[in-house]
Design a binder for this molecule. Structure first.
Ligand code: CTP
Ligand code: MG
Length: 196
């Protein structure tokens, strides 16, 4: 399948597929998180925590592994069958290039590293754990994900996402909607403290 020839709705499906590990990593971190704060309680000279209790090893490791596991499922025969049924297109089982495990790791770890960088910045702005920071909270994980993939895996996959406007536009448009939607569900069923 030549990705340049996809219709807009199919670009949407493929983008969701490719970025899936990053989105899932962020959600799994909420489930496995809460134990062993990464900053070990460290307070910087501005009187605020380095990262805060919302960034823990259990979230970082659980989320990264969860994202990688999800990527492996998407990349399996069953995963490709599902995508082919959704799109009506045939894919050559190479959506993540020739080193999918590396890409899954970059996508998952990148998402959580971006989330962590945002917390660092929030603490420097005197915002407490869980305080809202509208755009940053929604986009933090996706920017670092794209950046890491771009730096370490400059494959046709990333050039597809970054060269033509539609995949990137879909990512930027859908990320806040997905992010907010998942967080509202998490809040309602009681696994997340805030709906953002
Ligand atoms: N979480 C975690 N470790 C991570 C990421 C998330 O333990 N690396 C868990 C925490 O329990 C956190 C929850 O997932 O409270 C929600 O994540 P997030 O909204 O990113 O954290 P906040 O609590 O809002 O903290 P911050 O203000 O620093 O973003
Ligand atoms: Mg938050």
């Amino acid at each position: 399948m030549n990705l340049e020839e996809l219709s807009l709705i199919n670009i949407f499906f493929v983008v969701m597929w490719i970025m899936g590990p990053a989105y899932i990593a962020n959600s799994v971190a909420v489930l496995t998180g809460g134990k062993f704060p990464i900053d070990q309680g460290k307070i910087l000279s501005d009187g605020n925590r380095l990262l805060g209790d919302g960034k823990t090893w259990s979230g970082l490791i659980g989320g990264t592994l969860g994202g990688i596991a999800f990527g492996i499922i998407l990349n399996s025969d069953k995963g490709y069958n599902t995508l082919e049924n959704l799109t009506g297109e045939k894919f050559e089982q190479e959506l993540w290039g020739n080193n999918p495990l590396l890409v899954f790791t970059l996508l998952s770890f990148g998402a959580l590293f971006g989330d962590m960088s945002a917390s660092f910045y929030k603490r420097r702005q005197n915002l407490k754990r869980g305080d809202k920071f509208a755009l940053l909270d929604m986009y933090d994980f996706i920017f670092m994900t794209l950046l890491l993939c771009f730096i370490f895996q400059n494959s046709w996959l990333m050039s597809w996402i970054l060269d033509s406007w539609s995949p990137l536009f879909i990512i930027l448009f859908l990320t806040p909607i997905l992010h907010r939607g998942v967080n509202i569900i998490g809040y309602k069923i009681g696994i997340k403290n805030e709906p953002w």
